[in-house]
Design a protein around this ligand. Sequence first.
Ligand SMILES: Cc1cc2nc3c(=O)[nH]c(=O)nc-3n(C[C@H](O)[C@H](O)[C@H](O)COP(=O)(O)OP(=O)(O)OC[C@H]3O[C@@H](n4cnc5c(N)ncnc54)[C@H](O)[C@@H]3O)c2cc1C
Length: 313
Amino acid sequence: MITILGSGVAGLTTATELMRRGHAVRVIDPAGAPGPHGCSWWAGGMLAPFCEGEISAPEIVARGQIAADWWQAAGAEVHRTGTLVVTLARDRGELDRFARRTEEHVTLDRDGIAGLEPLLAERYDRALFFPGEAHVTPRRALATLRDRLIAQGVTFTQEGTPEGTVVDCRGLAARDRLPGLRGVRGEMAVLRAPDVTLSRPIRLLHPRFPLYIVPRGDGVFMLGATQIEAGGRGPARLRSVVELLNAAYALHPAFAEAEVLELGADARPAFADNIPRAFRQDGRIHVNGLFRHGFLMSPALALAAADLIEENA
Ligand SMILES: Cc1cc2nc3c(=O)[nH]c(=O)nc-3n(C[C@H](O)[C@H](O)[C@H](O)COP(=O)(O)OP(=O)(O)OC[C@H]3O[C@@H](n4cnc5c(N)ncnc54)[C@H](O)[C@@H]3O)c2cc1C
């Protein structure tokens, strides 16, 4: 028996991978079903290994490339629409810098942008397109994994004594055993903007307020995300919300009339080097430090955690 502590994206992907390999699994999470108590609830769900290469270690780029296929095989709806990266004319240097630091992109002119996102061709004459990137809707993807696990016989309980091998996927709550773990605050907003017709994740490069927008369908968009060291958990702060909404308006004024459906925030669990890992320590396997790469990196970590368990069997 393998007991997984935590049913955020780390716990559910690890449980899915272990079930796929024929192990008996149970999951304990005092909060019950996925919800606003965990970091995974607020994520954009971008599976964007190449864009993340701008600020991330090469292993994030390399290991993140399995994510879209893994999520699809696990039953999640994966949108393989690529990512479009733009910048305001005055920040053109940002686009050049981003292009130098990343791979697997093509440069588009206004006509190229019009072919993908006609709304943006009015305002932008140059963009980078990353065709190999994808995204999921996190809350739906988590529900899909959980429902499938339950259908396969995995029990989810809110309390209980861990049995057998313990895989600790408690996110930031694992700081009691992993003192090196820190929280990096992220804030997000959800808007309904029926006049905005964007069909793929858009990143607006900005020296102070970088923004991404992920379409959720039916005119709904997720806006993210701030990245604040030592910001703690708790509700979104006014300054962050102002910056996010200003950046959306700067991306395109069609957002001006958007309804603000939701504001959210949590602290991303991260190690000092911001690299997620699965490792054995003090009799447990830990899957943690997912930082801003929870949906991108959890498949690779789930594979690594399952390998660790099988090495010791
Ligand atoms: C605004 C924002 C946007 C983001 N966007 C993206 C994105 O686009 N792409 C991406 O890949 N990542 C993104 N991330 C990062 C991603 O959300 C995190 O890396 C990921 O959710 C961390 O998952 P986790 O399972 O480790 O932690 P959590 O989701 O926090 O899950 C931990 C779980 O452990 C449970 N728990 C707590 N205590 C115990 C206990 N004692 N026993 C058992 N269970 C316990 C909690 O209830 C919780 O359900 C974003 C994060 C934020 C905040």
